[in-house]
Write a protein that binds this ligand. Structure first.
Ligand SMILES: CC(C)(COP(=O)(O)OP(=O)(O)OC[C@H]1O[C@@H](n2cnc3c(N)ncnc32)[C@H](O)[C@@H]1OP(=O)(O)O)[C@@H](O)C(=O)NCCC(=O)NCCS
Length: 191
């Protein structure tokens, strides 16, 4: 993958949301540490359909962000945050897999509770797809809880297809949930 397509703090796009607010999609930077800590802990607290179940500390998030910024710098990771009214309210990333899977990116995304249903998830997914293509990736993959209908619909709308599932892949609150694997191929633009 070529060197970073989006640098720390660099603005990728501005998006008009359904509620008439504007979101900025940009690369993460050190100053985002507190916002990102709040964002991830917010998702953990509401038991969102993500595999993370334990809250982070500011220290562990700082370590994570440091590693992230290094991975962005060496071109192994595409990461965008969504900022609304000066606050990070969403994030998405694509991590390049190693060696003979290096044409493949693993995608993850999340939007904070009060900011969903406004088109932000769609805009973030489209941006991550475009950036992955620019970076030379050929395939994107992701996993989603089979119960996460909003996410599954969104991914299908963006061009992902289910290619299989791990039955009972998640065990949560005494119940099993299937884990759905989806992929999309990044075809070159027709000229
Ligand atoms: C899944 C998620 C990223 C979607 O983000 P979002 O900003 O709400 O997405 P959008 O506003 O772009 O909406 C996408 C579609 O879902 C629909 N939608 C959004 N929220 C909905 C809701 N609560 N009920 C029904 N439909 C909903 C929208 O109408 C839109 O459909 P459309 O394109 O046909 O109009 C967000 O819900 C989220 O972060 N959830 C918690 C974490 C998570 O599940 N992450 C994904 C893990 S795989």
């Amino acid at each position: 993958m070529p060197k970073p397509t989006i640098k720390p703090g660099q603005v990728y796009s501005r998006v008009s949301l359904a509620n008439r607010e504007t979101a900025t999609l940009r690369g993460p930077k050190w100053d985002d540490l507190d916002d990102l800590t709040e964002y991830i802990n917010g998702l953990v607290e509401e038991h969102a359909n993500i595999t993370k179940t334990e809250k982070v500390t500011r220290e562990s998030e700082a370590e994570w962000l440091g590693q992230r910024l290094a991975e962005i710098e060496n071109g192994r990771m595409i990461h965008l945050v969504a900022e609304v009214r000066g606050k990070v309210v969403g994030a998405g990333e694509v991590s390049q897999l190693p060696e003979e899977r290096s044409h493949t990116g693993y995608l993850g995304i999340g939007i904070s509770k009060g900011h969903r249903g406004q088109g932000l998830g769609t805009a973030l997914m489209q941006a991550l797809k475009e950036l992955s293509k620019k970076a030379g990736m050929k395939i994107l993959i992701l996993d989603a809880f089979a119960t996460n209908k909003v996410a599954l619909n969104l991914y299908e709308k963006i061009g992902f297809k289910e290619v299989g599932r791990i039955p009972k892949g998640i065990y949560r609150n005494g119940k099993y949930i299937d884990l759905v694997r989806m992929t999309t191929e990044l075809l070159p633009n027709k000229s």
